[in-house]
Design a protein around this ligand. Structure first.
Ligand code: TYD
Length: 191
C-alpha cells in the first residue's frame, strides 16, 4: 500500500506525516516513510535549483520536471521492495506534485511513465496566506500568486482523481485525527 500526502508549501505536510508514521508505528504497523525530492544526487540538484530566484519560470520548471521524474524513478524500487515486504509506504509528495507544480499534463504523464501512482492521496488543503506565514524563508515557491495557482490546480486534480481533501487550517490534532480516519478506513483498521 502506497499512501501519499500532498499540499502546497506550508500546508503542514511534514509535521502531519511524522504524526501519522508514529501513530501507525504505535499500532504495530510496519511503515516506510519516503519523501520527494529524495536524497539521491538528482534530489540534491533539485533542492539546489529550488533556491534559484528563477525557479518559478517556465524553462526552469521544465528542467525541474525532468529531474523530479528521474529522482522519482529511483525511489520506485525502494517503494516496490517495501510493499513486497508487506510495509505501508507513506510518502511526502509523489507524481501528483509534478502534475500540479510543473503543470503540463500529457508530458508529465509521459516522463513519469515508470512512477507508480499511489493507492491513496490525501491533500492537505490550506489558503496560501496562512501557508506562507508558516514557511517564510524556505525556497522560491513561496510567491503568493504562484501558491494561489498551485492550490487551485490541486483542488482540480483532487476532484478528478478522488483525493481525500483534509482541511489543513484546523489545529494540529484535528488534522491528525482527520488523516488517521481516512488512512484507517483504507487499511481496514478500527479506531
Ligand atoms: P517540499 O516537500 O516542500 O520539501 P521541503 O519540505 O524540503 O521544503 O518540496 C520541495 C519543493 O519541490 C516544493 O515547493 C514542491 C516542489 N516539487 C515540485 O515542484 N514538483 C515535484 O514533483 C515535487 C515532488 C516537488
Amino acid at each position: 500500500m502506497y499512501i501519499c500526502l500532498e499540499g502546497i508549501d506550508g500546508s503542514g505536510k511534514s509535521t502531519q506525516i511524522e504524526l501519522l508514521v508514529k501513530w501507525l508505528d504505535d499500532c504495530g504497523i510496519d511503515v516506510l516513510m519516503v519523501f520527494e525530492p529524495t536524497e539521491s544526487p538528482a534530489g540534491k540538484l533539485i533542492r539546489e535549483m529550488l533556491q534559484n530566484p528563477n525557479a518559478t519560470k517556465n524553462n526552469f520548471q521544465n528542467t525541474l520536471a525532468l529531474l523530479f521524474a528521474a529522482d522519482r524513478i529511483i525511489l520506485m524500487d525502494e517503494i516496490e521492495e517495501a510493499e513486497k515486504a508487506g510495509k505501508i509506504v507513506i510518502s511526502d509528495r509523489c507524481f501528483y506534485s509534478s502534475m500540479v507544480y510543473q503543470n503540463d499534463g500529457d508530458w508529465i504523464n509521459k516522463i513519469n511513465k515508470f512512477a507508480k501512482r499511489p493507492d491513496l492521496v490525501l491533500l492537505l488543503d490550506i489558503d496560501p496566506e496562512t501557508a506562507i506565514s508558516r514557511c517564510e524563508g524556505k525556497d522560491n515557491f513561496e510567491d503568493i500568486e504562484f501558491l494561489i495557482k498551485i492550490r487551485k490546480r490541486y483542488l482540480e486534480i483532487a476532484d478528478k482523481q478522488d483525493f481525500m481533501v483534509v482541511n489543513a487550517k484546523n489545529g494540529l490534532n484535528k488534522v491528525h485525527d482527520d488523516i488517521k480516519r481516512v488512512v484507517a478506513r483504507k487499511l481496514g483498521m478500527c479506531i
